[in-house]
Write a protein of this length. Structure first.
Length: 419
């Protein structure tokens, strides 16, 4: 099994960056990993990030002008997978969620001043950020239109009130990207439900308050997933990111690529699990043979190979489509997210099973890998929500095709030719 993602299918400049990233992760980052289940020490992260800059692999997705490596989205996958081979690799390379997705959004729609104030230090790793979207029930979760946080005009600025939760990275964040409902006030009439708007809010703004932490199975994301309260938070008009009333539209610009980069990073971790499984299968003897010679182990290995390669393929197709047709690419990213989140979990779970007792101990990192990737089937939209949307799009697309003249294929034919 080749554990290199899509080797040879990208431009040589991308291949060269992939190789350097691979060498850096395996030579520098892996020896510095914390024990399974322990968070990455922030001082260690800063030191590793500086080493990544010196190695020329820092912020692979960002333009060179911001200190990055200039990768286009359609070329990110092989590099992000190499970063994801270590659970702390993406954080060290500054291509971890939520910062990576926030950088992408700021670069697309931020003003020059917003890029200078927020994007430049974020890309440089000088600060971190969070994306404040999810809310306690009955607020926004799988259904974004349930958004309950509000922003109302307050002189030349806005007053934000609301309660967010699962605000990943908020504990250490320098600023939040906040989704709030702005009603009809200033909405452009372009289909954004009730004029939702996105705001850039420094975390030290009066009225912003960190709430209780949420203890989840994943441990490696710096800053956790705490509650965040916005109690009468006053921000200037310049805090609006993009146009007033187009918040949900912009969110899709962020979420489509962000789902896909999640897939890339976690696929890299699945490749790590695969290598652990293969090394065990090639050296562990049982019933007079190596595990690799036993049929049931071969079935597990083969299914994992298939899961890795099909995930790699759908990621590559989706990344290419996002570059030329963002709407279609965002729709395909739902399928990629569902497939990859489940495939990655299967690969790691098989590795645990094949490694037996060691697989569920902290002698190997596999059990913690399961804890890390299990929430991915919920984060960025649950699997069931995505499947609902996928089915709706398929049904609607076929109905329009038939109404437009495509032959109807659902009729029953009798043997005498009648219908």
């Amino acid at each position: 099994m080749n554990s290199t993602p899509q080797a040879g299918l990208y431009p040589e400049s991308v291949e060269e960056l992939r190789r350097r990233t691979r060498d850096f992760i395996r030579g520098t980052v892996l020896p510095a990993e914390p024990r399974p289940g322990q968070a990455l020490n922030l001082t260690v992260r800063r030191d590793l990030a500086q080493a990544a800059r010196e190695a020329g692999v820092f912020a692979p997705h960002m333009p060179v002008e911001y200190g990055g490596q200039g990768l286009a989205l359609e070329h990110c996958s092989p590099v992000f997978q190499e970063a994801g081979y270590s659970p702390i690799g993406p954080a060290v390379l500054n291509c971890m969620a939520p910062d990576e997705g926030n950088m992408h959004m700021l670069n697309l729609i931020g003003t020059g001043e917003q890029k200078k104030r927020f994007l430049a230090p974020l890309a440089a790793g000088e600060i971190s950020s969070c994306f404040a979207m999810s809310e306690p029930h009955p607020g926004a979760g799988s259904d974004p239109e349930a958004l309950a946080t509000t922003a109302v005009r307050d002189g030349s600025g806005w007053r934000i009130d609301g309660h967010k939760r699962f605000t990943s990275g908020a504990t250490f964040a320098g600023f939040a990207i906040v989704m709030a409902r702005t009603g009809a006030d200033g909405a452009t009439g372009k289909g954004a439900p009730d004029g939702a708007t996105i705001f850039l809010v420094p975390m030290d703004t009066p009225g912003v308050r960190l709430g209780a932490p949420i203890h989840t199975t994943d441990r490696y994301l710096p800053g956790g997933h705490p509650h965040v309260h916005f109690d009468g938070v006053h921000v200037p008009g310049s805090a609006v990111l993009g146009e007033v009333g187009l918040g949900f539209t912009y969110a899709q610009l962020r979420l489509g690529p962000a789902r896909l980069t999640h897939c890339m990073r976690w696929l890299g971790l699945a490749r790590r699990a695969m290598d652990i499984m293969l090394d065990r299968a090639n050296t562990r003897e049982i019933f007079g043979a190596h595990l690799s010679q036993l049929g049931i182990a071969q079935e597990m290995i083969a299914q994992s190979c298939i899961d890795l390669e099909t995930s790699d393929a759908i990621i590559a197709k989706c990344a290419s489509l996002l570059a030329v047709d963002p709407k279609a690419g965002s729709a395909l990213s739902s399928m990629a997210k569902v497939h990859c989140s489940e495939a990655v979990y299967r690969v790691i779970d098989r590795a645990v099973q094949l490694c037996g007792g060691d697989g569920v101990s902290d002698g190997l990192p596999l059990a913690q890998y399961l804890n890390e990737v299990r929430p991915f089937r919920i984060y960025d939209g649950s699997t069931e929500t995505h499947k609902w949307a996928i089915a709706r799009r398929a049904v609607s697309s076929r109905r329009r095709a038939v109404e437009g003249g495509e032959p109807f294929q659902g009729s029953v034919h009798n043997h005498d030719g009648e219908r």
